[in-house]
Design a protein around this ligand. Structure first.
Ligand SMILES: Cc1ncc(COP(=O)(O)O)c(C=O)c1O
Length: 401
C-alpha cells in the first residue's frame, strides 16, 4: 500500500557532541605551546582519567580503534603464523591489525546475540591459536564467562573490542575489563569521539609497558642516554588535541549511554509487540550501550532486511540493512588474501593453517546479516522520534508480512 506522504518528513536529530568543555580543554592544550604528548599533559591526563573511569590499572592512548587493537595484538606478541580467533561481524579495524602483526585471522560463527558463539570458538582452536578478539557488537556484551572458559582451557589471551561498547556491562562488570586487554575507538561515530583516536586498557604492567612502547616506535623512554628500541613498534601516538577533547568527552560518556539506554528501552517495548521481528537479544543481567539499534526480521516471514529497510526509507526513516552487508572475511582483501606486494603474507608463511574465507564458513552470521535492520538512532532523539520509528517498523511489518 503506497501512501501519499511518507510517515516521517523531518530529519532525525544529529548528535551534539561538542561544546564549551571541549573548547576549554583545547584552549588549555594550545596555551601549553606543545601538541606533542610527551611534552604536553593532556594525553597523559586522558589516559589516567580513562583508566580510573574503567577501573583499569593502565590505559594507552593511540591514533584509532584500529591502532588500539594493533597495540593489543602487539602486547600478545604472536609468532608469525599464529592464529587469532575473532568475529565475522565486525569492522575491518578488528581484522587488519591481526594480519599486520603477521598472524592469521580465524573466524568463528556467532550466536543469536550477533556475538561470538563460544562453542564455535572452541571448535576453531588449534595448537597455534594465541588469542580471541571478542567484539561486543553494537554495545551488546558477548558471552564472556564461556569465552573465558575456552580461553583458560587453551591458554589464550582475550582481547575485548569495545569500539562500540563503552560502559556495556556483562553481569555487572564493564566490558573491556573482563579479558586481558580492552580496546576502544574514539572515531567520530562512537559514544565519545575525538575525530579519530583509540585507547587500550589492561591491568597487567608488562602488557601495559609493551603497549606504550609499541605506540612509540618501540622506544623505551624509561632508559636514559642513547635511544633504546628493544622491539619493533609504530608511531601511533595520540596528539594533545585529541587528548584534550577526549578528556572533555569522558565527562559526557555516562549521560550519552544512559540516554541511549532509555531510548532503546522504549524501542524494545514498542518493537517487542510487533510480530515477525526480534530486537537484538541482550542477556538477562547484562546492559547494552546501544551504539546502534538493531533487530532481525524473523526467518519465518520470508522477508529480507533489505526489503524491510527499503520500506522504512520510503517512509522517511534512513534504516540500514545488514550493517557490513556480508561477513568481514568476504571483503575482497581478505577473501582474495590481498596483503603485501605480490605475496599473500602471512597466509603463505611456511607451516601456517590454510584458511579459506568463503561463503558458508559462518552460516549463522550470514543468516543474521541477511535479516538485520539498523534504525537511525542516537542520544539526541526524542520520544517522538522513537514513536515514529516504532510506527515505521509496524507499518513495514504490516505491509510485508
Ligand atoms: C567493532 C569495531 N572494531 C574496530 C573498529 C576500528 O576503529 P577505528 O575506526 O577507530 O579505527 C571499529 C570502528 O568502526 C569497530 O566498530
Amino acid at each position: 500500500m503506497l501512501r501519499e506522504h511518507p510517515l516521517r518528513t523531518k530529519p532525525f536529530p544529529s548528535r551534539k557532541l561538542y561544546g564549551g568543555e571541549e573548547l576549554w580543554e583545547l584552549a588549555e592544550a594550545l596555551r601549553g605551546q606543545t601538541l606533542f604528548r610527551y611534552t604536553g599533559f593532556k594525553v597523559r591526563a586522558f589516559e589516567e582519567a580513562f583508566a580510573r573511569y574503567f577501573g583499569a590499572k593502565y590505559a594507552c592512548a593511540s591514533t584509532s580503534g584500529t591502532a588500539a587493537i594493533h597495540t593489543a595484538i602487539a602486547m600478545v606478541n604472536p609468532d608469525p603464523g599464529d592464529e587469532i580467533i575473532t568475529s565475522p561481524i565486525t569492522d575491518m579495524g578488528t581484522v587488519a591489525p591481526i594480519l599486520y602483526q603477521n598472524a592469521i585471522p580465524v573466524f568463528a560463527d556467532v550466536g543469536d546475540d550477533y556475538n561470538l558463539d563460544p562453542e564455535s570458538v572452541e571448535a576453531n582452536v588449534t595448537e597455534r591459536t594465541r588469542a580471541i578478539i571478542v567484539v561486543h557488537l553494537f554495545g551488546n556484551p558477548a558471552r564472556m564467562d564461556e569465552l573465558l572458559e575456552v580461553a583458560e582451557k587453551h591458554k589464550l589471551m582475550v582481547i575485548e573490542d569495545c569500539a562500540q561498547a563503552y560502559l556495556a556491562e556483562y553481569k555487572g562488570k564493564l566490558c573491556g575489563t573482563i579479558g586481558h586487554v580492552g580496546c576502544f575507538s574514539l572515531q567520530g561515530s562512537k559514544h565519545i569521539a575525538t575525530g579519530d583516536g583509540g585507547m587500550t586498557i589492561t591491568d597487567d604492567p608488562e602488557l601495559a609497558k609493551r603497549g606504550a612502547m609499541f605506540t612509540d616506535k618501540g622506544w623505551d623512554r624509561s632508559k636514559e642516554g642513547p635511544r633504546v628500541y628493544p622491539f619493533l613498534g609504530l608511531n601511533y601516538r595520540m596528539t594533545e588535541l585529541q587528548g584534550a577533547v577526549g578528556l572533555a568527552q569522558l565527562g559526557k560518556l555516562k549521560g550519552v549511554v544512559e540516554r541511549r539506554r532509555e531510548l532503546a528501552g522504549m524501542l524494545n517495548e514498542r518493537l517487542g509487540e510487533i510480530e515477525g521481528i526480534t530486537p537484538q537479544p541482550v542477556a538477562e543481567g547484562n546492559r547494552c550501550s546501544y551504539w546502534q539499534y538493531g533487530f532481525t526480521v524473523d526467518r519465518e516471514t520470508g522477508v529480507f532486511a533489505e526489503q524491510f529497510a527499503e520500506v522504512l526509507r520510503r517512509e522517511g526513516m534512513p534504516a540500514d540493512a545488514g550493517y557490513i552487508g556480508k561477513p568481514i572475511f568476504l571483503s575482497q582483501a581478505l577473501r582474495d588474501k590481498r596483503t603485501f606486494g605480490r605475496s599473500s603474507h602471512p597466509f603463505d608463511y611456511p607451516g601456517v593453517r590454510q584458511v579459506r574465507y568463503e561463503d558458508g564458513l559462518c552460516p549463522k552470521c550470514e543468516d543474521i546479516l541477511n535479516r538485520m535492520v539498523l534504525l537511525p538512532f542516537n542520544e539526541a532523539f526524542s520520544e517522538e522520534d522513537i514513536e515514529d520509528l516504532a510506527m515505521g517498523v509496524r507499518l513495514a511489518a504490516e505491509e510485508l508480512f
